[in-house]
Every structure is written in structure tokens, then in C-alpha cells.
Design a binder for this molecule. Structure first.
Ligand code: AMP
Ligand code: ZN
Length: 119
């Protein structure tokens, strides 16, 4: 089954469509970036594809370019946020054991302090 373009009960689709207001700090045809509502670092942004893809496990081979665009957008925003020198972390949680709470693919962009590894 192909991933849906948007999903009416998906919170990130609602942010993409503007139905739920957010402080969009980057937007192009494929990707939006907005702050995580529950930040765990001084900079904690979510990099979200405009198209609804439920998770990494649901992505198709054809979505590989989209994931590349997400990473490119994350790097661009990280630079704009002044994170390039000291570094930053991109994280994608997938499924229950991966800690994925929102079923719309997203990259966490975190930085602004030294981050410990998770286990
Ligand atoms: P994950 O656990 O990887 O699925 O991450 C979901 C993230 O979305 C969490 O860090 C939440 O704090 C964040 N989140 C949930 N709802 C919103 C929202 N309306 N706006 C911004 N971030 C949100
Ligand atoms: Zn969605």
C-alpha cells in the first residue's frame, strides 16, 4: 500500500497543512521544520516531510530521495541555528522499541549542549 499524501488524524499532517499552528522555521516543497513541543536540548527541531510516510519501516525505495532532502534541510537549519561548529545530532525513532510516538516520519535535530548517548 502506498503511503498516503496526508492523513486526517495525523498531528504532523495538520501542522503541514496549517490546521495546527506552529512556528515553521524552514519550509520547502518537500520538508518543513518546526520546534519540538517538548525540547530536550537548547535547539530541538523536528524535520518533517510534507508527504505522510508513517515511519522509516514504511518508507519505500522511492522515498530515499525524500529522506535525503530531510537530511539536507536538517543540515541547512543546523547551520542557520549556529550548530555547525560544535555539532548536533539527528535522530529518527522507528516503531515502539525505537521510541516513536508520532506516526509520521520525522528527524529530531538536537544541539546547543553536549548530548549523552542513549540506551
Ligand atoms: P517520536 O517519539 O520520535 O515520535 O517524537 C515525537 C516528538 O513530537 C516528541 O518529541 C514530541 O515532543 C513532539 N511533538 C508531539 N506533538 C507535537 C506538536 N504538536 N508540535 C511539536 N512537537 C510535537
Ligand atoms: Zn502525517
Amino acid at each position: 500500500m502506498a503511503p498516503e499524501k496526508s492523513k486526517s488524524d495525523c498531528i504532523f499532517c495538520k501542522i503541514v497543512s496549517g490546521e495546527i499552528a506552529s512556528n515553521i522555521i524552514y519550509h520547502d516543497a518537500y520538508v518543513i521544520v518546526f520546534p519540538d513541543i517538548n525540547p530536550v536540548a537548547p535547539v530541538h527541531l523536528l524535520v518533517v516531510p510534507v508527504k505522510h510516510v508513517a515511519s522509516l519501516a514504511e518508507m519505500k525505495e522511492a522515498d530515499a530521495a525524500l529522506v535525503g532532502k530531510m537530511v539536507a534541510a536538517a543540515n541547512k537549519v543546523a547551520k542557520e541555528q549556529g550548530l555547525a561548529k560544535n555539532g548536533y545530532r539527528l535522530t529518527i525513532n522507528c516503531g515502539a522499541d525505537g521510541g516513536q510516538l508520532v506516526q509520521h516520519l520525522h528527524i529530531h535535530l538536537m544541539g546547543g549542549r553536549p548530548l549523552k548517548w542513549v540506551n
